[in-house]
Every structure is written in C-alpha cells, then in structure tokens.
Design a binder for this molecule. Structure first.
Ligand code: PHE
Length: 443
C-alpha cells in the first residue's frame, strides 16, 4: 500500500503505484538543502564559485523546488524518449510525469524564459539512483551557470565583437591549459545553424576563460589548505584540459578536467546553448553558454573529506570544523577525521529469479535485474550505516544458464561502533527484502 500523495517542501504530489519509487530516506533529504546551510562544506563551495560569477551580471537562484516534470528535466532539453536517464532504475519518480530532478539543467527553460539577467547561477539538490560507495549518494548538489547575449541589441553581425570585448574584460590566469580541440567540429561537435562561426568562437572563448578562472580559484584554495595541513606538501603546478563532450542541449560541448593530486578529475560539463532552447523559451534573440558542476565532489576535495555520508551527518565533530569559514575563506582548512569505527563486511549470494511467463531474458534464463534495486534495499534498511556495496561474484551455471551474484555489503557507522547484533539484524532484513521484493533465491 504505497501512499497516494506525498508532501515535499509543503507541496503535495499524487503518486502512481506503477511509477512511485522514492524511498523514505530520499524523501526526507529534500528538506536538508545542504547548499543553504551556513558553513556546511557544500555551502562554502557554492560561495567560492559564486565569488567568480559576480552579481548583478549573474543572478543567483538557490530555492528552486526539487520536484519537476519530465518536460523540465528531459523533454525541454532535447533528451530522446528512450534516453536511459529516464529509466525508473536511474531516476526517482512520483508518477509518470513528475520526478525528483536529476540535474540543475531542469531549470534552464524557465530561467531563460524569465530572462531576468544576462547570466545566472542555479544551485540545488539533485537526485539519482546509483551505486553505494564513499563518493556516491542518491542526493547530491549541482550548480548550473549560464551567460547570454541579446543579438538584437547589436548591429547586424556585431554581437561576436561584443562577446570578445567581454572576454577581454575577464581576468587572466597563468595555468597551463591543454586544449587541442577546434572551436567546433562538423561531426563530433557541430556548429549550430543559428550561429556564425565567429559567434560560436566568441561564446566558446568566453565560456572557457570563465570556467578556467573558476577552477583556478577552487584548486588554489584546495592546495593552500592541503599545504597548511602537511609540512611536506609538494606543490605541483595546476594543469587543466578541455575534452570534447556531448549533451543534448548544447553544441559544441566540452568537459573540463583538472590534474590534481596525481589524477585527471572530470570537473564540469558545458557548451554553447542550443538555439531551440532559447526559441522555445520565447527569447529567440539570445545566444550564450551554460555549464553544470557537481558541488559535493569539489567540497570533498577542498576539505579532504573521505566519505560523502559525512555531509549528511548531524554530528558536531563534523560541523564544528567549518564554523566561520564562509565569512573568512582564508580560514579554510582540511577536515580532520574523527576516529574511524570498525567496518563489518557481510556477503549475500543469490540466484536471480528464473525466466517465466512474466518476462525475462531467455539468453541468461533470468529475469531482468537492476543492481540499483539492490542498492536501494540496502539504503532503505541500513541508511547511512552502509558504506559500500560491491559485486564480488557473478556466476552463470554452465548447464542451466541460471545466473547468481554475490554482493559484499560493508556496514559501518561514521559516528559509533555497530554491535554484532545490530549488523546481523540489518543484514537479515536486507536478505529478507531481496527475497521479498526481487524474488531472488538465497544460496
Ligand atoms: N546537466 C549536465 C549534467 O548533469 C551538465 C551540463 C550543464 C552540461 C549545462 C552542459 C550545460 O551532466
């Protein structure tokens, strides 16, 4: 008996049994809004990025509701009807047309339409069904930014020059940028029909310089904090590189990667906004760029936070370490772990439900199986006491073709030692629900 209506931030939504898949812990997270909690690492990260996109050129929107329509989240952005992101295994739905936004781009159309400023930043909580590990949580935070120019304000063909003038007003930086990509590419990253080559090049240049400056600001702060904490810290020059990308709502599109602490990190996605979006929003004279960045991973790296679940902890030993930082960013310091409580790994092996009249895959002789359903059962039962869940065995019987899998669940609290009894109880409840809900057979 699923609820018929669900309340999120004071508004009621009708649920549909065939679509509703939002577990209570995810629903509860909609009220947390970590990007608005003063001195939370996600809040501080938002402030650092906002400092690079000053008002009034950029207007900040931090209170958009997390419940949006499939039109806002997918259709308005040109996602095809069969895009995998729409699947119920990946996205939280209330009903066929209503879901928890999976990205801040869900607000592009309405923000373009409102047309309140030349640029904007949208920060918000976003939701995706996903694996369980130290850097994934079904709720995280994104910031989206955009900058527009109005072609009708300039003489014919003059907007490109105006954009270049704005590029030249941006500060310079001295970071090594690897950018082997052409400004656009006929197959991989096409110029839009609505743009002249000069316009696309100017928008791309403004986009790249603006985002490079943002990344320099973030990573310079991360390095300063790391050096303060470690007297042996070896400073390495910052390197960034641009990689071609694809998004249904931008062209050309890129990702920005940063070389930090020995790894290339994918930091953000961006591109030149497709003309259709402006045209559909009733502002056909606009042209410009947009980007989207995940705040949680950046916050983890800025403060060296080892586990994303800490963001959701209400433990004083966590929050007190950031007090005052947003008023004085130079006081930013690495997070110091409080003692680590022991982990308790437990395995569960099961045969997947065999193929039947109800459906399934005749080749593997088993019914369709989504790992995210296992993840959700574990989260439902153990909440933040599950640290990670890993597939450790995947076996197909040579004769019957039946498939069995084994998952290793690591139970650990960040705040206390779990008793044996408690972990055993959690694990038997997980096992019971796997049988009940997924119809698997325990080995
Ligand atoms: N919404 C995209 C994502 O979540 C990021 C993006 C935003 C890309 C804006 C281009 C422009 O991956």
């Amino acid at each position: 008996n699923e609820p018929k209506t669900v309340e999120v931030n004071g508004k009621e939504y009708t649920t549909d049994d065939a679509w509703f898949n939002v577990p209570p812990n995810v629903l509860a997270a909609t009220s947390r809004k970590l990007h608005l909690q003063k001195d939370h690492p996600v809040y501080i990260t938002r402030k650092i990025i906002e400092s690079q996109f000053p008002q009034p050129t950029y207007r900040y929107h931090n209170n958009f509701d997390p419940v949006v329509s499939t039109q806002q989240n997918f259709d308005s952005l040109g996602f095809p009807p069969d895009h995998p992101g729409r699947a119920r295994s990946d996205t939280y739905y209330f009903n066929k047309d209503t879901l928890l936004r999976t990205h801040t781009s869900a607000h592009q159309a309405q923000t373009f339409k409102a047309n309140l400023s030349e640029g904007y930043l949208v920060s918000a909580d976003v939701y995706r069904r996903d694996a369980i590990d130290r850097s994934h949580y079904p709720v995280f935070h994104q910031m989206e930014g955009a900058r527009m120019w109005d072609r009708s304000k300039y003489a014919d063909g003059a907007v490109a020059n105006a954009i270049w003038a704005d590029v030249n007003k941006l500060p310079k930086h001295d970071v090594v940028v690897e950018d082997p990509n052409p400004p656009y590419h006929p197959e991989r990253n096409p110029l839009q029909e609505a743009h002249t080559p000069a316009e696309a090049e100017a928008i791309g240049a403004h986009l790249k310089r603006s985002l490079e400056l943002m990344v320099v600001e973030i990573f310079t702060r991360a390095k300063t904090a790391a050096a303060k904490a470690d007297p042996d810290y070896k400073d390495e020059p910052l390197r960034v590189r641009w990689v071609e990308a694809y998004f249904p709502f931008t062209s050309p599109s890129w990702e920005l990667e940063v070389y930090y602490a020995g790894d290339w990190l994918e930091v953000l996605g961006c591109g030149v906004v497709k003309h259709e979006l402006f045209a559909n929003a009733g502002v056909p004279n606009q042209l410009g760029w947009a980007f989207g960045i995940g705040l949680d991973r950046i916050a983890m790296l800025l403060f060296q936070i080892p586990d994303i679940r800490l963001f959701w902890s209400r433990d004083e030993r966590f929050s007190s370490q950031f007090t005052g930082v947003s008023d004085d960013l130079s006081s930013l310091r690495r997070f110091v772990s409080f003692s680590k409580y022991p982990a308790c790994p437990k395995d569960v092996s099961f045969w997947l439900r065999p193929v039947s009249a109800a459906g399934g895959n005749p080749r593997t002789n088993t019914q369709d199986f989504h790992e995210n359903d296992v993840m959700e059962i574990v989260r439902d039962v153990a909440g933040d006491r599950a640290e990670d869940v890993r597939l450790v065995d995947d076996f197909t019987h040579p004769k019957t073709g039946r498939r069995s899998v084994c998952y290793r669940i690591n139970y650990r609290s960040l705040e206390r030692t779990l008793t044996n009894e408690e972990t055993n109880d959690l694990h038997s409840e997980v096992t019971r629900r796997l049988v009940d809900r997924l119809g698997v057979e325990i080995r």
